[in-house]
Design a protein around this ligand. Structure first.
Ligand SMILES: Nc1ncnc2c1ncn2[C@@H]1O[C@H](COP(=O)(O)OP(=O)(O)OP(=O)(O)O)[C@@H](O)[C@H]1O
Length: 299
């Protein structure tokens, strides 16, 4: 399988901050990959490097087989949607839609029109007066209607209402199925977005913690919840990634797959056992001290 995106040991240092610390991962062509992690984990830095807007301090990145920085033939096939997208003063949606095809060779007017209507974007209001959610809607239109070979969506949901988010998901899946491309999407709305993902990359403090097929990622850990005594007893034999206690009830996320013996023990102690969600995993790998189990948890 060919990779659309390949990062090899990419490090990015800003003054005293190491934003990326030896990041390596790949995104296969024709897949949707979730890029997940806590605030400041390094997601936007990764996307900026893939989009050729920044360069790693060391290491390298290849997009569609070539280095993206100052490489027009690659960049014309990449669409990067970020939350702080700027538009010229006095631009309205119709102006953006008029010039967008010049930058996006595969631009599709029908996708743009359907989204603009569904998002209820005002057509005669200057974009600088738009609400946060309306700005996100414009960015999503640019990202999806571009039908770029590589689409980078950096937290596209800011301010979007629940109907708009559902419209975005449906259109992404529908248009992606009809016109396969590679999508890398970063978000903090993990539960809502996980049905989109084929793959998932979890970043914490500039390092890759999980790089995996989404189904395999769910096998990496499970949660146990019940009385503190029962959960403590069950958790003894496992590496605990995360622990949470509320009014005498405890929930732990532990590394590994729950086998029959673990299930029987949990049943016997009246504890509940469930697969870890992606949200559990991101939270677990973002806990202080989780770095010590990094190698064990990498796919
Ligand atoms: N231009 C810059 N100068 C200095 N530090 C920077 C710069 N860009 C990013 N950083 C730092 O690099 C780290 C990673 O930032 P980045 O924006 O990539 O995180 P993120 O995962 O996108 O976060 P969020 O989810 O909050 O958007 C942070 O500590 C941030 O402060």
């Amino acid at each position: 399988m060919t990779n659309a995106i390949d990062m090899h040991s990419a490090t990015r240092v800003f003054g005293r901050t190491t934003a990326l610390d030896g990041v390596s991962f790949s995104v296969p062509e024709g897949s949707i990959c979730g890029l997940l992690g806590r605030n400041g984990a390094g997601k936007t830095t990764i996307m900026s490097i893939i989009a050729g807007q920044d360069r790693p301090t060391s290491g390298r990145v290849e997009v569609l087989g070539h280095r993206p920085f100052e490489n027009e033939s690659v960049l014309s096939r990449v669409s990067f949607v970020r939350d702080n997208q700027r538009y010229p003063d006095n631009y309205q949606l119709r102006h953006v839609l008029r010039i967008a095809p010049e930058f996006a060779p595969n631009w599709n007017e029908d996708v743009a029109a359907e989204l603009a209507e569904g998002f209820r974007i005002p057509t005669r209001t200057d974009i600088k007066k738009f609400s946060r959610g309306q700005l996100s809607s414009v960015a999503i239109i640019l990202g999806l209607a571009s039908r770029a070979a590589v689409t980078l969506l950096d937290e596209p949901y800011l301010g979007l209402d629940v109907t708009a988010r559902a419209l975005f998901h449906d259109m992404l899946l529908r248009d992606y199925t009809a016109h396969p491309r590679t999508v890398l999407l970063s978000t903090h709305l993990i539960e809502e977005s996980e049905r989109l993902f084929d793959r998932v990359v979890v970043i914490d403090r500039g390092r890759v913690r999980i790089d995996s097929d989404v189904d395999d990622a769910r096998e990496l850990a499970f949660t146990l919840s019940g009385t503190t005594a029962a959960v403590d007893q069950l958790a003894q034999r496992h590496t605990v990634l995360r622990s949470h206690t509320v009014s005498g009830l405890k929930s732990v996320t532990v590394l590994g797959t729950a086998d029959e013996a673990v299930r029987a023990d949990a049943d016997g102690l009246g504890a509940r056992l469930a697969p870890a969600s992606l949200q559990d995993l991101v939270a677990a790998f973002g806990e202080e001290g989780s770095g010590s189990i990094e190698e064990g948890a990498r796919a």
